[in-house]
Design a protein around this ligand. Structure first.
Ligand code: ADP
Ligand code: ASP
Ligand code: MG
Length: 407
């Protein structure tokens, strides 16, 4: 008998028919004697719909009230899924995050899980029930409802699997695994059988939204065997995310990630002197804006330099206003901004031992006449910022040049 934690994403529970189909799949596991804890997302589109409603009512919606609102999406699906299971004769019970007691910090909208009380879940499992838990939500120490950030149901599932010491955590979605690139951008993307935690973490943080970053962090920290697979087909195999030592064949490049949420801001002609980066980025971080890439150029002319960085597009307006005031304070020459950029990244553990990958990447982009605006590298990734209109061309030509469609 195995203890399995499963998570079904928004598309997988997007209609009554889909919920019924998911219930059938779960029942088959239960009939097989496995113990099941199932975490679900809201029906697809619901979280976006409610976010838009909030914006119609309040200019900048209260973060606390947003969490009260958005968590209702998952409350709908846990109850419907439990009913669908009961209808099939499979005993099931649903719990919200606060009923389980998934305790988080108090950062509304992007709370982190601090602890999970497993006693209720264990009691229900021992009573022979399938336990259905609302994804994406928790409660802080004072009882306020919190959410874990977009895509947070993945993290709920992995954290539950870690807390319960489950045999496997299965993330069911609308694709059968992790591909060498987003299959919506590159139809020739190939499904990978295994991916290391480290590469998956890099892919997720570089924009591959198939898994929320924090879910991969949890899986890696607690060594949770994690599988991504399709809820839309029978007998899916999916992709196993596991430790590097369990991976037999390691390609140099495993995948291409892209992020369309980037916006670029530059301060032109600032004095090239100690403290400049600090003076520019301090007010940005004080406004709670996360900075991604940073590039400071070599002094272009006598004692002046340019300083550029990227932020999430949601923070673009706020960052632009702050940078304008810094520009005046530092008597810089001007501010330049562009919110029509994307980041494309090559990821692979094999890069550690192979030189020349960056050069090869730049050559491909040059051949396609794609201008690189910013570059950043680490041991296992190379990222470039380019104009958003070249996104598909860049992903597809890199995929082709590095032969990622071949095993
Ligand atoms: P869910 O609602 O099930 O959580 P998501 O939309 O969050 O589903 O994640 C699944 C989607 O992730 C896929 O439909 C796919 O377009 C996208 N995706 C991005 N990068 C990848 C990748 N490398 N492999 C697979 N899917 C990816
Ligand atoms: N419903 C939430 C979202 O759309 C959480 C999730 O689906 O994982 O982001
Ligand atoms: Mg998701």
């Amino acid at each position: 008998m195995a203890l399995i934690v499963q998570k079904y994403g928004g598309t997988s529970v997007g209609s009554v028919e889909r919920i019924q189909a998911v219930a059938k799949k779960i029942k088959a596991f239960a009939d097989n004697g496995d113990q099941l804890v199932v975490s679900v997302s809201a029906m697809s589109g619901e979280t976006n719909r409610m976010t838009a409603l909030a914006k119609d009512v309040q200019e900048t919606p209260s973060l606390r009230e947003m969490d009260v609102l958005l968590t209702t999406g998952e409350q709908v699906t846990i109850s419907l899924l439990s009913m669908a299971l009961q209808q099939l004769g499979c005993d099931a019970i649903s719990y919200t995050g606060s009923q389980v007691r998934i305790t988080t910090d108090s950062e509304h909208g992007k709370a982190r899980i601090k602890s999970i009380d497993d006693h209720r879940i264990r009691e229900s499992l021992e009573a022979g029930k399938v336990v259905v838990v609302a994804g994406f939500q928790g409660v802080d120490e004072d009882g306020h409802i919190t959410t874990l950030g977009r895509g947070g149901s993945d993290t709920t599932a992995v954290a539950l699997a870690a807390a319960l010491n489950a045999d496997e955590c299965q993330i069911y979605t609308d694709v059968d695994g992790v591909y060498t690139a987003d299959p919506r951008i590159e139809p020739k993307a190939r499904k990978m059988n295994t991916v290391s935690y480290e590469e998956m973490l890099e892919m997720a943080s570089l924009g591959s939204k198939v898994l929320q970053i924090r879910s991969v962090e949890f899986a890696s920290k607690y060594k949770v065997p994690l599988r991504v697979l399709s809820s839309l087909i029978d007998n899916p195999v999916g992709t196993l995310i596991t430790s590097e030592e369990n991976i037999m064949e390691q390609a140099i490049i495993s995948g291409i990630a892209h992020n369309i949420d980037e916006a670029k801001l530059s301060l032109i002609g600032v004095p090239d002197e100690p403290g400049i980066a600090y003076k520019i980025l301090k007010p940005i971080s004080e406004a709670n804006i996360e900075v991604d890439m940073i590039v400071q150029s070599v002094s272009a002319r006598e004692g002046l330099t340019n300083f550029a960085f990227t932020v999430h597009r949601n923070d673009f307006d706020k960052a632009q206003a702050i940078l304008q005031s810094i520009c005046d304070e530092l008597s810089a020459m001007g501010v330049q901004t562009d919110d029509k950029v994307v980041k494309v990244s090559l990821v692979g553990i094999g890069m550690r031992s192979h030189a020349g990958i960056a050069t090869q990447m730049f050559k491909v982009l040059h051949q396609e006449n794609i201008n690189i605006q910013m570059i950043s590298t680490s041991e296992i990734k190379i990222s470039v910022v380019i104009d958003e209109k070249y996104l598909e061309l860049a992903v597809r030509s890199l995929h082709n040049a590095f032969e990622l469609d071949k095993e």
